[in-house]
Write a protein of this length. Structure first.
Length: 207
C-alpha cells in the first residue's frame, strides 16, 4: 500500500469514492470527476481511482471505469513525444509512459514495464499503431499478451479498440492478414528451394 493511501482512513477513502460514483452527471467523464475530486481532497487521481473501483465492488457493481494507460514512442533523442502525450492525456489516460527507441526493436524497456504494469480491465492506448509496433506480428503478439491479462488495446487514429465489437472484428482481419502473409512466405521459400534444386543447387550449409 502506498504512503499516499495510508494518509487517509478507510472512511475517508470510501466517502471520496462515493463522491465520484454518486454524482455522475456533474462531469464530462468519470476520469474528469476523479481529477476534480482528487484535487479537492489532496490525493492523486490514480489513488482515488483505486478507491472508486473498490467502492463499486463493495456496492456489488462491476467497476465501470478502468484506467487508460498511454504509451508514447519516438525513435530518436532529438524527437519529442510531447504531441503524443498531449493526445493521450486528452483521451483520458491516467498514466502515460514515454520512450525513445526504434520501433523495430521489440526489446524496449519502457514498453516491457508498461505491459508488466497493465492489469485486468486496463486499456493500453497509443496515438497510432506504429508507435507500438512496426510489424503486424509484433502488434498481434502484444495484443495477445494484453488479452491474456484481461486487458484491452486502443489506437486513437486507427479503427482498433479491442473492447468493442468493431475493434475485435478489425483484430480478426489483421490476424487473418498475418496468417496469409506467413503462408505467402512459406510458399515463396518452397518455390525458391525447388528452383535451386532444379538448377543443381542445394540449400543449407554446404559444410
Amino acid at each position: 500500500m502506498s504512503k499516499t493511501t495510508n494518509k487517509y482512513s478507510p472512511e475517508v477513502r470510501e466517502r471520496a469514492g462515493r463522491m465520484v460514483l454518486d454524482n455522475p452527471g456533474q462531469h464530462e467523464s468519470r476520469w474528469s470527476a476523479i481529477v476534480s475530486v482528487s484535487s479537492k481532497i489532496g490525493c492523486s487521481a490514480q489513488t482515488l481511482n483505486e478507491w472508486v473501483k473498490k467502492a463499486e465492488v463493495d456496492s456489488g457493481n462491476r467497476p465501470s471505469f478502468m484506467p487508460l494507460i498511454g504509451y508514447a514512442r519516438v525513435s530518436t533523442e532529438d524527437q519529442t513525444p510531447l504531441p503524443q502525450s498531449e493526445a493521450l492525456q486528452s483521451a483520458g489516460c491516467a498514466e502515460i509512459f514515454e520512450e525513445h527507441a526504434s520501433g523495430g526493436n521489440r526489446a524496449r524497456p519502457v514498453l516491457a514495464r508498461v505491459l508488466e504494469r497493465i492489469g485486468k480491465g486496463d486499456t493500453l492506448v497509443v496515438v497510432r499503431i506504429d508507435r507500438l509496433a512496426r510489424s503486424l506480428s509484433h502488434l498481434l503478439e502484444v495484443i495477445e499478451r494484453l488479452e491474456g491479462k484481461g486487458a484491452f488495446f486502443r489506437s486513437l487514429q486507427d479503427p482498433i479498440d479491442t473492447a468493442s465489437p468493431q475493434g475485435k472484428f478489425t483484430l480478426q482481419v489483421l490476424g487473418a492478414a498475418a496468417e496469409f502473409e506467413r503462408a505467402l512466405i512459406r510458399e515463396r521459400t518452397k518455390a525458391g528451394l525447388a528452383s535451386a534444386r532444379s538448377k543443381g543447387r542445394v540449400g543449407g550449409n554446404p559444410g
